[in-house]
Design a protein around this ligand. Structure first.
Ligand code: 7RM
Length: 656
């Protein structure tokens, strides 16, 4: 398996048309239909979105303005009133979907549970009432720190039902990272579980919450609601901590959906950026509901008969938009899986597909590459014939992995929907429509209707076809992030002024490099900033550096991504030590563990190299370009003459 080099992608000319039978039954059939929609949306974006909003969603009260755009701040469906959980639950109950499976959960170890729309509705209402009983009011933020169990989705929906913005923190994040997020969001309550099962181990989630809240370090938090999952011994702090199952027993299953303004905050989700602490990405109600609904429906050609499975964790945006809100708003059956492939259960994904007859399967390239290494026997031993559409997300997919996915998993009959998008965009931005768009291995293809994506240089000038540039969006879309929580200025600087606005024209800068080919297909090249992508997880190099520097032994740290054939990138850290410490292997191990403690296992450096000094410019900036070269064992690219001290590189090359 070779890597995703620019050369290999430039040579990629294969084209795969949607299978005729699939296309014939799709809602958007063929490229002419796509082009027509795209042109229609481009000519009149507000009319386009307004028509869909009226047709696809339930509103308690209609809007009186579709878009209010005061760059870079957008409001969609101004003065419209709705509740996303009404669209995800209530409206299905008066149809045949009442007893349709809403959520199929496959748990560890061997547990499973199916909730119909009516059952999910009941539990959401009960939890919503419990939250109210614990003092949560409209507008209060609620932290959610959960394993992949139905209650994670129930918790999100319960918050949305009463208008309490949630902030889900991935269960793999450490107590320290949890604390930062709860603090920034000023959460009033935290929903967690006693623990979770991950890779044959128990993850002590409640203990991490206790640690995050120790010594009243996040005074805004008044209660912790604990779901029973592992039944391990945990501490319950009297007055603060309550068991969900105890309160559920007495909770009414009737909780009317709070009418929310279209622009009321739905959730905050923290994501890594180039500088500083993770940013709280703010999403609001109406536009997010509409956009996640439409993108899932058209890109994956979602049908009522589909069994749809997205393998993400609800702690990421993919889980928010495409395990919970998008599928449920469409009345689909969404599968939620607690497990992860591991040596004791390598065929687990294929077992789930076979067991439930999954028809749409959506996963990450890093998972696909890991499966390739395990050989074709595992998937070939299962019946995967129920599959009709495949998807990928999180990072560029190399053509080799794409072909394997197409042949071995898709049996050469399933379109591959390669969706480019971000936490900030809320939903798919560049993606094939399964029944319409011919695909090319490694390309996310064309922008979704209504998305004016473009490729520009650093000054914002359009670049010719097949020339690399920055990926930007020229016009607002309904699910765009509204701001960085509590920091409008950072929002403006990071996303809208990186490429300077010209004549009042603001461009949304995504942070990715991209090339567009002569057919208008986009080929994402990866991040152009100091964000690295490890197994489809987004990490800021600066966050990891701060974690390292917070250890007493570390004087300075520089973190770069090193290419990895399976995980995309891995974390490589260069560290200089304080005088009194010696560079030992034990210290390396200790520093790795320190990063796990500060952020979580996903940020653990694969390698630490000690150095006497780091390469710097005369003005004192670390030259990461050289460190990236060094980490990958490549020749140094670029001019070393701006360096302050040339001997630093020789010392680094010798390694330690
Ligand atoms: C959904 C998600 C966003 C970053 C983004 C890209 C990379 C995501 C693709 C992709 C190439 C794709 N949100 N990325 N999808 N690169 N092709 N289909 O991943 O906020 O966590 O990350 O991920 O670099 O900017 S995220």
């Amino acid at each position: 398996m070779s890597d995703t080099t620019i050369e290999s992608i430039l040579q990629e000319h294969r084209l795969f048309s949607p299978p005729a039978d699939l296309a014939a039954q799709a809602e958007i059939q063929g490229m002419a239909a796509y082009e027509q929609l795209y042109e229609q949306a481009k000519a009149d974006p507000e009319g386009f979105w307004a028509e869909l909003a009226a047709q696809e969603l339930h509103w308690f009260q209609s809007w009186n303005q579709v878009l209010d755009w005061q760059p870079p701040f957008a409001k969609w469906f101004v003065n419209g009133k709705l509740n996303i959980t009404y669209n995800c639950l209530d409206r299905h109950l008066t149809t045949w979907r009442r007893n349709k499976a809403a959520l199929i959960w496959e748990g560890e170890p061997g547990d499973s549970r199916t909730l119909t729309y009516a059952q999910l509705y009941r539990e959401v209402c009960q939890m919503a009432n419990v939250l109210k009983q614990l003092g949560v009011q409209k507008g209060d933020r609620v932290g959610i720190y959960m394993p992949m169990i139905p209650e994670a989705a129930i918790a999100m929906l319960a918050c949305a039902r009463i208008g309490a913005p949630h902030t889900v923190v991935f269960g793999g994040f450490s107590a320290e990272a949890l604390k930062d997020r709860l603090e920034d969001a000023q959460a009033k309550l935290v929903i967690t579980a006693d623990g979770g099962f991950r890779k044959d181990k128990v993850v002590p989630l409640k203990a991490a919450v206790d640690q995050a809240l120790a010594n009243n370090s996040v005074p805004s938090v008044q209660h912790v609601l604990v779901v029973q999952r592992t039944r391990e011994e945990i501490l319950m702090e009297p007055g603060r901590d309550r068991w969900w199952h105890e309160l559920q027993a007495g909770a009414s299953a009737d909780c009317p959906a709070e009418p929310m303004d279209s622009e009321d905050l739905l959730f905050i989700l923290y994501t890594s950026g180039t500088t500083g602490k993770p940013k709280g990405v703010v999403h609001t109600t109406g536009g997010y509901n509409l956009y996640t609904h439409m993108t899932l429906k058209w890109a994956f050609d979602l049908k009522d008969t589909d069994v749809y499975w997205c393998t993400a964790d609800v702690g990421w945006i993919t889980g928010h938009s495409y395990i919970v809100y998008g599928p449920l708003s469409n009345g689909a059956t969404t599968v939620m899986y607690e497990g992860v492939p591991r040596p004791s259960n390598l065929g687990c994904f294929w077992d789930v597909i076979e067991k439930y007859g999954v028809t749409i399967f959506y996963t990450a390239p890093t998972a696909i590459r890991a499966f390739i290494k395990m050989g074709d026997e595992l998937p070939k031993a299962r019946n995967l014939s129920s599959l009709r559409i495949l998807g990928t997300v999180g990072e560029p997919i190399n053509p080799e992995a794409w072909m394997w996915y197409h042949q071995v998993i898709g049996g050469e009959r399933c379109p591959i929907v390669d969706t480019w998008w971000q936490t900030e965009t809320g939903g798919f931005m560049i993606t094939p429509l399964a029944g319409a768009t011919p695909t090319k291995p490694g390309s996310a293809t064309r922008p979704f209707p209504g998305i004016l994506a473009d490729v520009v240089d650093i000054e914002g000038n359009p670049v010719p076809d097949n020339t690399g540039g920055y990926l930007v969006v020229r016009y607002p879309w309904p699910s765009m992030m509204r701001t960085v929580y509590g920091d409008d200025d950072r929002f403006r600087r990071t996303y809208w002024e990186y490429i300077p606005p010209k004549d009042g024209q603001y461009l949304y800068f995504a942070g990715d490099g991209v090339r567009r080919d002569a057919d208008g297909y986009f080929w994402i090249m990866g991040r152009v900033d100091d964000v690295i992508n490890v197994s489809g997880h987004r990490l800021g190099t600066m966050e990891i550096e701060s974690a390292l520097v917070s250890h007493p032994a570390v004087a300075e740290a520089a973190v770069v991504g090193r290419k990895d054939p399976v995980r995309g990138e891995e974390v490589f850290a260069f560290v200089t030590l304080e005088r009194s410490y010696s560079p030992t292997d034990a210290l390396k191990a200790e520093l790795k563990q320190h990063v796990v403690q500060e952020i979580g296992a996903i940020a653990r450096p694969s390698e630490i190299q000690f150095a006497d000094a780091l390469p710097k410019t005369r003005s004192g900036k670390i030259i990461r370009r050289f460190l990236r070269n060094l980490a990958s064992g490549e020749d140094l690219v670029g001019d070393a003459s701006t360096m302050e001290d040339q001997s630093v590189l020789d010392q680094l090359r010798q390694g330690s």
